[in-house]
Design a protein around this ligand. Sequence first.
Ligand code: BMA
Length: 348
Amino acid sequence: MVDQNATSSTQALYKMLIELGPTKTLFGHQDTLAYGVNWKGYHPWRSDIYDVGGKFPAVFGWDLGKLGSAPRNLDKVDFTHMQTWMKEVHRRGGINTVSWHFDNFVRGTDSWDVRGKVVAAILPGGAAHRAYLDKLDSFAEFTRGLKIEDSDTELVPLLFRPFHEHTGDWFWWGNKHCTVDEYRALWRFTVHYLRDQKQMHNLIWVYSPDRFRNKAHYLERYPGDDYVDVLGLDNYHDLGPWGSTKAFTSQLRSIVELAEERGKVAALTETGLEAVPHQRWWTEVLLSSIQSDPVAARIAWVLLWRNDRADHHYGPYPGHPSVDNFLAFSSNPAVWFLDDLAITDFTS
Ligand code: BMA
């Protein structure tokens, strides 16, 4: 692992992913407890995925965009509620994963404003370096609110997935907006700062490029085996009308091969088809793309993006035309939900 001093819960989580990956795919959903297509506002424990099929996801995705500068994240999820949910997820045997749509540190705008050579500016010596450290400090502060029940010190482990989709060019950390060396330096700096300076030992580091052409392309900006625990992939395009499910499967196969050569975990860290306009998408596109190749099928989890509005959601919700097919997908024995994890004893 990146962190030789990872807490025992963090190590146990990583071991569980290593063990489950080859035979199970954990189902994940972004912001699943925070809102659904037809409900907003705080509910302690609700999800469109549960409302549809009676099962909660096994992996719960969250985003830290605006942490430290606002009480709610970029999609209006209250950070205090997020902490409560993260702890509850852990208590029930689930897994939390965190992405971070950082604002643009140079221009005060958002992740999608690619101007300002932001990566160069936040590296040591850069004009916005201090602002970046303050952000990372706010993450350390946030995690201090994640104490595991019945433990004095241990924090809920997080699959931490910063600077994602960098093979694309839509975020300021994307391939066109910084050099290979700058990207790697930023990743490594962040590991050193959080692990060694801030002593955060509850993180599992997840690298998640967007779609890629071949293994060399995947590894072009890879910060190194000492800095990555999970080899991820974000890919929406290839499961949509203009993509290629064959290319999708072959990318999954590649990340599994690259991960297994290194004794690491592979995962489909983001995917989905906006509004799911294909009634049988769950089994005929998503599941079949994962399972059509026995190597690709060894990914540890798949995370669907958030359910916001009727025209912007990636999971099903009650009444959606793909519900029956989602139920078929979720009853596949290889696809695991929260209850499957909760009834399995991984400590033995
Ligand atoms: C995008 C969209 C946006 C959202 C962002 C961060 O894919 O869902 O509406 O703000 O992710 O969650």
